[in-house]
Design a protein around this ligand. Structure first.
Ligand code: PLP
Length: 402
């Protein structure tokens, strides 16, 4: 059971008001709110020990090094990985670019994605088509937006890398990663999972999944902006050639040569966002204390209610599976021929309800179907049924004028 009073106390934004009304934040897929524990941990770094990790052996330097190690251990525990398998990045996008530019992909190598990839897991491969002559194939979803296994089994033969979004930010649907990975491995392919939308909402065990590479963003899971994680199996990370190198990536250098460090150091070039990484460690502790069962229960309850209510309007179309239980905390909807931006603006203006409209960086999906855009509600455990009711009441008024 969630203790909402404590949660409200922990998240400063939940007590803020605009025009004497509380803010209803339904845009957590884009950016989650931050609890004060995360903010305070970052402030502590800046106030108490704003030094370098790993380089300076004075007391402040030692303290930062210890805190960064603690954060890395927390991330490793969170996904059941080893410490050396955790590379700190700025976000999911950087993790995917790290992989795309470090993996030995060559002319003719095939990368397989779904049809619901965020631009961050599409554009890096499109660039490599031009640069290196790799090939790219797409597994189109079934009509109900569910993963098409038959098509996947056909296409996976001869693939070098399966690179797929675990939970879609477009519709909240999650692919059956374990089976997908098993089949990929039987066919000699490596697998990368874009966990930007799954890591904040469900327990991920990289050992159990047997996934080769994975990336996620700290700022979507209570962590600071500009923090992310790239995971790789250690034996695979050893083989990757880092694409960004320099300070902190080498054991030594001469005027003509250098000796590269092992993972994760060889991937973390230059001074890092120490405050952010420490904040991310706190975010993970906070999420663990809340518990993924509680997170899922709250999201399911709110998603079911909102789905039932907005489905009462025949002109509304919800993207993704009709069963709200299969859409995590996301309700993405549109009206044929209507620009959904207006809906979003009025919701904000009338009731401080903050949702997002647009193509959510999945332009390819919208363009293929000639759908203008969608309005997307994205929930997290700190949202309440009262908030969902205010959203529906306001939406009921707006829909009459759309
Ligand atoms: C599924 C998915 N992948 C990748 C990203 C990119 O995340 P970031 O901007 O943090 O790199 C997002 C962000 O919304 C996302 O939802």
């Amino acid at each position: 059971m969630l203790n909402y009073e404590k949660i409200k106390n922990d998240f400063p934004l939940l007590s803020k008001q605009i025009n004497d009304k509380k803010i209803i934040y339904f845009d957590s897929s884009c950016m989650s709110l931050k609890p004060r524990q995360v903010i305070e941990a970052m402030n502590e770094y800046y106030f108490e020990f704003p030094a370098c990790a790993g380089r300076s052996s004075h007391r402040l330097g030692e303290l930062v090094t210890k805190k960064i190690k603690g954060a890395r251990q927390a991330v490793a525990r969170f996904i059941n990985a080893d410490e050396q398998e955790i590379v700190f990045t700025r976000n999911t996008t950087e993790g995917i670019n790290l992989l795309a530019n470090s993996l030995d992909l060559r002319n003719g190598d095939l990368v397989l994605t779904t049809d619901k990839e965020h631009n961050s897991n599409l554009i890096p491969w499109q660039v490599l088509i031009k640069k290196k002559g790799i090939r790219h194939e797409i597994v189109k979803s079934n009509d109900d937006s569910v993963f098409n296994f038959e098509k996947y089994k056909e296409l996976v033969r001869g693939v070098k890398l399966v690179s797929m979004v675990h939970t879609s930010n477009l519709d909240g649907a999650t692919i059956p990663a374990k089976e997908i990975i098993k089949i990929a491995h039987e066919n000699g392919a490596l697998v990368f999972l874009d966990a930007a939308q799954s890591a904040p909402h469900k327990k991920i065990d990289v050992r159990d999944l047997d996934v080769d590479f994975m990336a996620f963003s700290g700022h979507k899971m209570l962590g600071p902006t500009g923090t992310g994680v790239f995971y790789g199996k250690y034996n695979l990370l050893e083989k990757l050639e880092p694409f960004m190198v320099g300070g902190d990536t080498v054991e030594y250098s001469t005027y003509t040569d250098h000796k590269m460090l092992q993972s994760p150091e060889k991937f973390e070039a230059g001074l890092q966002d120490y405050a952010g990484i420490i904040g991310l460690g706190e975010a993970i502790k906070y999420l663990e204390a809340i518990g993924f069962d509680n997170i899922r229960e709250q999201e399911l309850k709110l998603n079911r209610y909102i789905t039932e209510e907005i489905s009462k309007f025949p002109k509304i179309k919800i993207i993704g599976p009709s069963d709200s239980a299969l859409r995590s905390g996301i309700i993405s909807f549109y009206i044929d021929g209507t620009d959904m931006h207006q809906t979003t603006l009025i919701l904000d203006e009338m009731s401080n309800v903050m949702i997002r409209s647009g193509q959510h960086c999945v332009h390819s999906w919208f363009n293929d179907r000639k759908i203008k855009n969608s309005a997307r509600v994205s929930l997290y455990f700190y949202n309440t049924m009262d908030e969902a009711k205010i959203f529906i009441e306001t939406f009921n008024k707006i829909i009459k004028i759309l």
